[in-house]
Design a protein around this ligand. Sequence first.
Ligand code: ATP
Ligand code: MG
Length: 269
Amino acid sequence: MPSALSKLRVGPNSTLRLKDHPTDATFGWEKESAKAELADVIARIDVLQQRLAAEGKRSVLLVLQAMDAAGKDGTIRAITAGLNPAGFEVAGFKAPGGPETQHDYLWRVHAAVPAKGRVGIFNRSHYEDVLIVRVKGFVPKSVWSRRFAHITAFEQLLADEGTTIVKVFLNVSKEEQRQRLQERIDDPEKRWKFRKGDLDDRALWPKYQEAYQDAIRRTSTAVAPWYVVPADRNWVRNLAVAKILLETLERMNPKLPPPEDGIEGLIVE
Ligand code: ATP
Ligand code: MG
């Protein structure tokens, strides 16, 4: 449904205000039919993913960014369920450690960009280096503020060399996050996901919103647009992100390689 997706898409030089984007929008979609529709979208992604692999010339990078408990993991699980795992690469980015700390912040990111023919999903990304790093003051403003230009140049390089980039901000409300963090504390199966530090990040909510808004405004480009996806309802979030991925693959229109000469009509004995 291009109309809903085009509403989510952020254009270049945007003056987006996150507070104008409802976190509980449904676009008139129905929860009852969303499951079947998601299955249909995934089936179409499957066909195009296989064509992308057969073509072997280009790749897709889907970047997922969000506050804690907005559902990055759940989204990845939902939109890749039933697809060929060989066609996908998921890379998660935690606080840098070991050799990662000895290089520039894009070093580990560039190494994780999907190979030709593949769809890569980033669970967090280089954007952490203008988000948590900014909000927590890990580096001074003089350092992080230069990074928007690095990032747009880096993404332009990837695009020029055959990687189609789409970036998704899962936009969850502060109240929804409260409930989900509480659930992580209360449910023994989920407790491992909770860190006390999550509450420190939560306390900095307005600063994070400002940092996200700024990052989205400054790095939404024609070749690497952001989408702001309402994330309070998991079924809306999953269907929206799956549709974004499908639309991206459809636009790329990957082509099967031509068959060898003389195959048509051949009888296998
Ligand atoms: P969930 O959303 O389910 O809580 P998560 O992505 O938060 O999952 P965690 O292991 O809880 O996974 O946290 C990873 C942490 O690493 C996040 O707080 C993130 O901000 C932090 N991080 C990622 N990249 C960087 C970076 N470049 N510098 C500093 N911290 C980073
Ligand atoms: Mg976390």
